[in-house]
Design a protein around this ligand. Sequence first.
Ligand code: FE2
Ligand code: FE2
Length: 259
Amino acid sequence: MIRILFVGDVVGRPGRDILCGRAATLRAELGLTFIVANGENAAAGSGITSAIVKQFCDAGIDAITLGDHVWDQRGFDAEIGGLERICRPANLPAAAPGRPWLLVERDGARLGVFTVLGRHFMPPRDCPFLAADRVLGELRAAGADVVLAEIHAEATSEKIAFGRYLDGRAAAVVGTHTHVPTADATVFPGGTGYITDVGMTGPYDSVLGREVQPVLHKFLDGLPRRFDVASGDVRLSGAIVEIDAATKRTASIRLVTIT
Ligand SMILES: [Fe+2]
Ligand SMILES: [Fe+2]
């Protein structure tokens, strides 16, 4: 059995602290083969830096994914090409720096990982469905045993349709970006584990990880404000996926919340 903990959008220092502080214990207690984390909000809530990538790798995170905030930290576009264990969204323009997928190996299992960005209520992108077709072919050629695909998107319909599109072709499809966990973890008929959103890893006494009052008052008066990362009720939110290594089908997928 290949057991994966996929960790939702890590937000700022509170998110980094709970992930890096718990990763080794969780790996041992849950018998995890791989830990994959979305780091798109890891640096003060927006983007990621090479120092944080190193911190995650030192904590034992096997693969780091990103989202629409991929380039928020100045200079990261020049650094990503030299970093291991991190991939940028696969349906960015082909000329974007960084690799569109990862192949990570542990305990004899080779896991392919990639992320696509959605297109509904988000800026225009290349088609995530066609990008996934291309990446799955490349991962198969590279020798991936199983594939974990991530859809980083706003619309539940787009995410579910994407999961159904990959049913039987990826072992699991996990959703991110909304920062709100959903109660729909399931295994599709073709054996693909699916959840629309695993939620964020960060402070839940917040609006999507940011302090409540500035966000609330922006809705009331429309004035621009700083949205600092909040601090209360920090949780690690993610999904645990168990994949049968022989059949490459997901045996179970469940949402996990760790406080
Ligand atoms: Fe996010
Ligand atoms: Fe996002």
